[in-house]
Design a protein around this ligand. Sequence first.
Ligand code: FE2
Ligand code: FE2
Length: 296
Amino acid sequence: MAKEPTKNTYQKEGHVIAPRDVSFDWNDVPLHYIPNEPFASQFWNIMHLLVPEGEKAMAGTVSEALAYITDERLHEEAVGFVGQEAMHAVSHESFHSRLAEEGVNVEAIISAYNFWFRKVVTDHGLKGRAKEEWLKERLALFAAMEHFTAVVGQWMLDNEALEEAGTHPMVLDLLKWHCAEEVEHRNVLFDVYQHLDGSYIRRLRTGLVGSVGLAVWWLGTAHYLMKHDPAPKKWWKPWPVQMIEATRKHLLPGIQFVVTDLPPYLKPNFHPSEMGPMDKAIKYLATSPAALGAQH
Ligand SMILES: [Fe+2]
Ligand SMILES: [Fe+2]
């Protein structure tokens, strides 16, 4: 089912994609690792909880697609992509036991996601044409999600407010390392989708579904986490107010990016390489304590 590369495929940008064997020590990290910012901390906790489930499903889908990729370089990038996403998932999951110690009901949240990632967006044992069509559909859906991780990734690399607010350096490194690799591999899933299918109508449809799904998951989990936050919260403002305030302080990108950054993705000739230079990602990966530690 592979197609010849079209003008909006990987040819615009070449980059070797390879996983880094990072590790993190969560021992002294508090639940509110952005001091005095419960909502902002819980917002990023969603990345630790939701993202690994999505990434495992995404890595599994790209692994399925490997058999159909006839372009050697794209195949190599896709293998590197699977390795990076698997490493992201493992790294965020390594924080789960610490979050559980701090009173977060990690199991309940993960089991809610599992319905979608392990029962809906899976291969369902299909065969033949149905298998190929469903694979294309999932690739398109995950390509849309990858667009948003690249958007948030660039936001994170440009961000200085989190460091200035005293965010725990181990969490900040995890977030920045992950975001840098998201920018580094932003083309791969899109290119795999273009290579195997590239239907614009499918990209349009899954882009809309993906952005709504992401917003619903993120806000739903934020509500749950804030409702069950074990810290005394007698004087807390309602979480949507905290979200607006934290967004204004640049401690999070808000959730509006799923609306504002969708139109560029929906342009017929969009390619992720148009999203600007990836210098900051490359620079961060050269200095990240976790990435440097992985080299030894
Ligand atoms: Fe990732
Ligand atoms: Fe990614």
